[in-house]
Design a protein around this ligand. Structure first.
Ligand code: IPM
Ligand code: MG
Length: 347
């Protein structure tokens, strides 16, 4: 079990350090860690946010534990040199097309949710976000219109095999849960979404046991705050999934709580909190490490088939919260490492 640790920028190294402590405390035989540079941190050393060495490490490793990328110092670089390109590059080079973003409210955090507690407590959903296509990876650029105006463009597209493989992940995930899949698109306006919807409906023929519904993304954004308990599994494209998963995180308490797994066809995975590098609080020990700690649990479960230690981590997080452990995002005063201590104590 060779784990690449790519901590990245901002709060990335702080939160990853806590997840690593938790993994080490489990004393899993044969788990080895190897660190690599990524994002702005890599750019500053080697002139590229995803150096070849880091990409090779990621390919060699059995799984990747990732922190966050994004550094305001790098915002004016050419796009291909910006820190964000590192995570996009890894997702694409390793064909990590399926992004699983579970959002479940820890009952202790009902008061931290942006929603009323009686609505928030119903949240228990997974967003399956397609991660290799859409407007993220289409042709993009700047040009001048015939009237002489500057114009930016990003092409949105999906082909049917891209939709089919993520739809299957959606159906399979629903099958292992409550059997309900909601496909989110914008088929009333976008051809990309019409194809998406057609292919999801075709794929449903192989999953007669799953109840499939469709929702436009604007309505889904509304339903997520109105009645999030109605969702079991949501499957959606790259851009809509990016937006809806941030929204779901606030409904479930804090963006500091949501883990994610990005998987390829063989379940090789990259595991990362859904939050970013949070440069405004970087280096201050304020970040909530729970999303990363929970991402490490997902890694044990999905990449290594270690369900039991994964459960242990999740129980320890729940216990720490039950005992009142709270970082600033949850309305408390614990530092990043004190929150790590609280989880270790519960472990
Ligand atoms: C996420 C992030 C990334 C994305 C950024 C950092 C490129 O927001 O993982 O949700 O847009 O996918
Ligand atoms: Mg995002």
């Amino acid at each position: 079990m060779h784990v690449a640790i790519l901590a990245g920028d901002g709060v990335g190294p702080e939160v990853v350090a806590e997840a690593r402590r938790v993994l080490e405390a489990l004393h899993l035989p044969q788990m080895q860690f190897e660190d690599g540079l990524v994002g702005g941190a890599a750019y500053k050393v080697s002139g590229h946010p995803l150096p070849e060495e880091t990409l090779q490490l990621a390919r060699r490793a059995d799984a990747i534990l990732f922190g966050a990328v994004g550094d305001p110092d790098c915002d004016n670089l050419e796009r291909h040199l910006r820190p964000e390109q590192a995570i996009l590059g890894l997702r694409s080079a390793l064909k990590l097309f399926a992004n699983l973003r579970p959002a479940k409210l820890f009952p202790e955090l009902a008061d931290a949710s942006a929603l009323r507690p009686e609505i928030a407590k119903e949240i228990d959903l997974v967003i399956i976000r397609e991660l290799n296509g859409d407007v993220y990876f289409g042709e993009k650029g700047f040009r001048t219109t015939t009237d002489g105006y500057r114009q930016g463009y990003d092409v949105m597209s999906y082909d049917e095999q891209e939709v089919r493989r993520i739809a299957r992940v959606g159906f399979e995930t629903a099958r292992a849960r409550d059997g309900r899949l909601c496909s989110v698109d914008k088929a009333n306006v976008l051809e990309t979404s019409q194809l998406w919807r057609d292919v999801v409906i075709e794929t449903a023929k192989d999953y007669p046991d799953i109840s499939l519904s469709h929702m436009y993304v604007d309505n889904a954004a509304m339903q997520l705050v109105r009645n999030p308990g109605q969702f079991d599994v949501i499957v959606t494209g790259n851009l809509f999934g990016d937006i809806l998963s941030d929204q779901a995180s606030m409904c479930a308490g804090s963006i500091g709580m949501l883990p994610s797994a990005s998987l390829d066809a063989a379940q090789k995975g990259l595991y990362e909190p859904i939050h970013g590098s949070a440069p405004d609080i970087a280096g201050q020990g304020k970040a909530n490490p729970l999303a990363t700690i929970l991402s490490a649990a997902m890694m044990l479960r999905y990449s290594f088939g270690l369900g039991e230690p994964a459960d242990r981590i999740e129980r320890a997080v729940a216990q720490a919260l039950a005992k009142g452990a709270r970082t600033a995002d949850l309305g408390g005063a614990l530092s990043t490492s004190q929150m790590g201590d609280a989880v270790l104590a519960a472990l």
